[in-house]
Design a protein around this ligand. Structure first.
Ligand code: JHZ
Length: 406
């Protein structure tokens, strides 16, 4: 039996998704033989309410100089990060006071560039050197490293305490969260704020969006689990703001205990989580059954199309698609290729199931009948961009919040 990554309580996996490769490990044919797989099992801790991966591949296998996800490629996400940056700027004193903002996992600088442009003192920490390089080229102060308590001490010695520590879609990637929480508490001014957002467990359970679970997401947070995980380092929730990004996320605002008054939404969302059962293992036993039903129904739909001799193309070689393809055992018999706008993914093959990834130009010159929407979290942006496809009789297939042809 294993123990919880946060509180050391004994835990047992409630579900296995089977053998999984590195979600962003897009590869060439010559690399197929050596591809790495791990068994993706998930557990829920009844003591601290943390939803977690049983085993996570080593960080250097996931985040390196060839990391395939660039935040700035979605227009909607660019807008979102601008609004996140302005939300933070309103909460912390003006730059004339020399305010200092640190972003963990700053990617290509999509959010920090707003602080740079407003003359805030800023520092990005980004372990994947290729994306960090893009940020540095934009003039954004960036350190290519993994954040931990030691690095927090080094940053403190060089730059002093921070007014805000922010991150988006990063905290849930960090296995040694207790150490990170201590580092954050060490680096925050007495009235400083920790503001982060990540895909939200409540949305995942409601929508059966099990594709949020992959190697990088060692945790899927709820307000309950965040309160417990950061509580031991002396931080408490002071605000919670639901977000529509990434198919349903939560923005968590935390501060040193007693330094800020908590907003009403903290109590309200904690109550909602209790009604949804996010504090009970039974909810996750049911979630397992819902995942299996979703998998079976997607396979059935795609098999039906294959038997009729029609073809399906995928849209967006997302990290999430690695879970769907491998869990549902979908190969090139079901999906001929996946279109993706990210150059580093193009002309490679998807992890595990080895479906070719083609450029958006290729997709535009092809006339597929069915398109399976792997990037379902960007559906507004995509449906707007692809209005012609629908007008010309093309059909979208989606699997969140239910398997259907639309
Ligand atoms: P998207 C990433 O997950 C990785 P992914 C990471 N681990 C994380 O935590 C989450 O984000 C939050 C393409 N695309 O945003 C671009 C098109 O081709 O759903 C991307 O490859 N055409 C950090 O990878 C992918 O789809 C388009 O029009 O699941 C989208 O990936 C659009 C809009 C996107 O995140």
């Amino acid at each position: 039996m294993k123990t919880c990554r946060i509180c050391d309580h004994k835990i047992e996996p409630f579900m296995s998704f089977g053998k999984m490769p590195i979600a962003n490990g897009f590869l060439n044919k010559s690399e197929f033989e050596k591809e790495y797989f791990f068994e993706m099992k998930v557990s829920f801790c009844e003591n601290c309410y943390m939803f977690q991966l049983d085993e996570q591949p080593d960080a250097t296998m996931m985040f390196h100089e060839n990391y395939a996800f660039f935040s700035s490629l979605s227009k909607y996400m660019q807008k979102h990060f601008k609004s996140f940056a302005h939300f933070v700027m309103e909460l912390i004193p003006l730059p004339e006071k020399n305010s200092f903002v640190i972003e963990l996992g700053s990617n290509d600088g999509i959010m920090l560039e707003h602080f740079k442009n407003a003359n805030y003192r800023h520092l990005g920490i980004e372990p994947s050197s290729n994306v960090a390089k893009v940020a540095l080229e934009k003039g954004i102060n960036t350190l290519s490293n993994f954040f931990d308590l030691n690095l927090a001490n080094e940053i403190y010695n060089e730059h002093g305490l921070a007014d805000a520590i922010i991150c988006a879609n990063v905290m849930c990637h960090i296995p040694n969260l207790n150490d990170i929480a201590k580092g954050i508490a060490r680096l925050l001014k007495p009235n400083g704020l920790l503001i982060f957002e990540d895909p939200y467990l409540g949305d995942m359970v409601k929508k059966v969006s099990y594709d949020q679970i992959y190697d990088e997401h060692v945790f899927i947070f709820s307000a309950h689990s965040v309160a417990k995980a950061f509580g031991t380092s002396g931080l408490e929730l002071v605000d919670l703001i639901p977000q529509t990004t990434h198919g349903g996320s939560m923005r968590y605002v935390l501060a040193h205990k007693g330094s800020h008054k908590a907003s009403k939404s903290v109590i309200q969302i904690l109550e909602e989580e209790k009604s949804l059962g996010l504090n009970k293992i039974e909810t996750f036993n049911k979630f397992k059954l819902n995942c299996e039903a979703s998998r079976d129904s997607l396979r059935e739909l795609l098999e039906g199309i294959r038997i009729k001799g029609e073809t399906v193309v995928g849209y967006g070689a997302t990290s999430k698609s690695t879970t769907v393809l491998n869990y549902c055992n979908l190969n090139t018999d079901h999906i001929c290729y996946i279109s993706d706008t990210t150059p580093i993914k193009q002309n490679k093959y998807t992890p595990g199931m080895h479906i070719p990834v083609k450029s958006y130009d290729f997709f535009k010159s092809d006339v597929p009948k069915y398109v399976l929407l792997f990037a379902w979290n960007h559906s507004d942006e995509i449906f707007e961009k692809e209005s012609k496809f629908s007008e010309q009789g093309g059909r979208w297939i989606r699997f969140v919040p239910r398997v259907e042809i639309i």
